[in-house]
Design a protein around this ligand. Structure first.
Ligand SMILES: NC(=O)c1ccc[n+]([C@@H]2O[C@H](COP(=O)([O-])OP(=O)(O)OC[C@H]3O[C@@H](n4cnc5c(N)ncnc54)[C@H](O)[C@@H]3O)[C@@H](O)[C@H]2O)c1
Length: 306
């Protein structure tokens, strides 16, 4: 029938529609990286944050990162490199008003502060002004996608894209299908991830998805091993690098990720599943965080950084 043909055409049109225009909300560590990768792969990107100063800094960081890439890739053609950086930067504009820029966007990627209420408030506002076809995703590391999506009326067009730091370097993106995410939306997100030159893996909307669900308990078990005197931090790190082939040991990784971030993740899971021994809080981790020793970013965590 005509209507079934129309339906087929419409759904395949939606399925095949490339995500071309992307709005990235949050110009911090992750948002800047996501905006950069999307711009490099030819997407038109609007980067949103709360102030012009922050956005200026984000643009500076993106440009700096691109210049490092160019130095290697265009070593003998500096002019072509300069042109490349300019072209990519031309794909990025910035704004402090998300509601006014989402009107022509195909995808909103949220990478703001890890706080459920703040994320819900943002999406609830955007849901009212974004076009019907626009897909919303969160880059959250520890919050259920369904809880964030519940602030909107587009559960079928809501999912998760979990990128890894540093975004331009790390190949993996966890693509999260929440209970309400439609197959069409999920397929569009897989396609988008591939268009970014990344490798997607499919995940359910469960705590930590795949990578953090394995990695965070592993890092905490290393802390417990050390607390029980089974080995020094240095020996545990060397053991995992040389024995398991990991590029960093667990203590180096904790310092890199940030001790506060790791504590925040484990505390959230512990609250939900206090009987799970893998999610038990670590006294030593809590002590270091209380002392403000948060890892590399504060100059000291499990190790000291000059
Ligand atoms: N850091 C990581 O390794 C990592 C990895 C994967 C996912 N994540 C997740 O990505 C998200 C962002 O993390 P990050 O490390 O980039 O944080 P960040 O602190 O570096 O950046 C967050 C940015 O969001 C801005 N912001 C806060 N509230 C806002 C709002 N209402 N509207 C617009 N901008 C707002 C802040 O000004 C800041 O620039 C978090 O949900 C985090 O869990 C982080």
């Amino acid at each position: 029938t005509v209507s079934s043909i129309t339906r087929t055409l419409c759904s395949s049109a939606v399925r095949n529609a490339a995500i071309k225009h992307v709005t990235v909300i949050g110009g911090g560590l992750m948002g800047s990286g996501i905006a950069q990768v999307a711009a490099v792969t030819g997407h038109s990107v609007v980067l949103v944050d709360t102030s012009e100063d922050i956005l200026k800094n984000s643009a500076k960081n993106i440009q700096g990162s691109l210049k490092r890439v160019v130095k290697k890739k265009f070593a003998d053609k500096p002019e072509a490199g300069e042109e490349f950086v300019q072209k990519v930067m031309n794909n990025i504009s910035t704004s402090t008003d998300a509601a006014s820029v989402v009107q022509k966007t195909d995808l909103v990627v949220e990478a703001i502060v890890e706080n459920l209420k703040v994320k819900q408030a943002l999406f609830s506002t955007l849901d009212k002004v974004a076009p019907a076809h626009t897909i919303f995703v969160s880059n959250t590391s520890s919050l259920p996608i369904a809880d964030i999506a519940s602030s909107t009326a587009r559960l079928d067009r809501f999912g998760g894209l979990h990128f890894f730091n540093p975004v331009p370097m790390m190949k993996l993106v966890e693509v999260i299908k929440a209970a309400g995410t439609s197959q069409q939306t999920f397929d569009a997100l897989l396609d988008f991830t591939k268009a970014l030159g990344k490798h997607p893996v499919s995940c359910k909307d469960t705590p930590g998805f795949i990578v953090n669900r394995l990695l965070v308990p592993y890092m905490l078990e290393a802390v417990r091993l050390y607390e029980r005197g089974h080995g020094s931090k240095e020996d545990i790190d060397v053991a995992m690098k040389l024995g398991a082939g990991y590029p960093m040991g667990p203590f180096e990784l904790l310092d890199y990720v940030g001790l506060d971030t790791s504590k925040f993740i484990i505390d959230g899971w512990y609250e939900k599943e206090p009987e799970n021994p893998l999610f038990a809080p670590s006294p030593l981790l809590n002590k270091l965080v209380a002392e403000g020793k948060l890892g590399k970013k504060t100059g000291e965590g499990f190790y000291k950084y000059k």
